[in-house]
Design a protein. Structure first.
Length: 208
DNA sequence: AATAATAGCAACCGCAACCCA
DNA sequence: GTGGGTTGCGGTTGCTATTAT
């Protein structure tokens, strides 16, 4: 029994993509657009499974990818988002234009985990390790979380909402029982004193 | 110079969510 | 309502490059 395979594995390539495969994939998507990943490999003349094509496109070939080193601002934003969302890499990636969930996940595991440990912060819980944490940073995160919890409690009784088309995408964060909001990528606010702050509008918390 | 250890990252795998007949 | 097919996500693996011995 068991699951049926996502593709005919006997006739698919695995491992690193060649330049020619990349070119075929990019050319196909340029003409036909993204989607229909299952049928794409055959249509594009690729001996790959759809999943592999999708991953390659999203993580490496998409033209809007930023690539290159993460900035200090991106680091801090990832840490804050992770403290609120946990390992929801796709949601975190949605906040960082030009970055992919896989890239952020890798960066977290190789760089940020170590960075937090050196600050004395547990990278999983974002709480101090052995009481030696960077107190101001921890305090800031805890402040945000407790604020969101309070707001959530206030909102929990009156949960009927309109279904306006202009309403941004929302989701509930199961770990924290919070309601969060995804809006279009951040515009840098030049005259803002802080590089990142929090904005609470219409019952929705947003990073800015 | 050779080898071992470590870091970094691309890619794979399995599962869950979603969609649709 | 349900079951099968498809897509997306997160965890993990394995390869390559770099650094240390």
């Amino acid at each position: 029994m068991g699951r049926s395979p996502c593709c005919e594995k006997a006739h698919t390539n695995k491992g690193a993509w060649t330049k020619e495969e990349d070119e075929r994939l990019v050319a196909y998507i340029k003409v036909h657009g993204e989607g229909c990943w299952r049928s794409l490999p055959k249509a594009a003349g690729l001996l790959r499974c759809g999943k592999s094509c999708r991953l390659r496109w999203i993580n490496y070939l998409r033209p809007d990818l930023k690539r290159g080193n993460f900035t200090e601002e991106e680091d801090e934003l990832i840490i804050k988002l992770h403290s609120l969302l946990g390992n929801k890499w796709s949601l975190i990636a949605g906040r960082l234009q030009g970055r992919t969930d896989n890239e952020i996940k890798n960066y977290w595991n190789t760089h940020i985990r170590r960075k937090l440990l050196s600050r004395g912060i547990d990278p999983t819980t974002h709480r101090p390790l052995h009481g030696q944490a960077d107190a101001s940073f921890v305090k800031e995160v805890e402040k945000v979380v407790s604020f969101m919890r309070r707001e959530d409690e206030n909102n929990s009784s009156s949960n009927s909402r309109s279904n306006s088309e202009e309403e941004p995408k929302r989701w509930r964060c199961p770990d924290l029982n919070l309601e969060l909001c995804i809006s279009p990528p951040l515009q840098k606010q030049e005259d803002s004193e802080e590089e990142y702050g929090l904005c609470f509008t219409n019952g929705l918390l947003e990073f800015r």
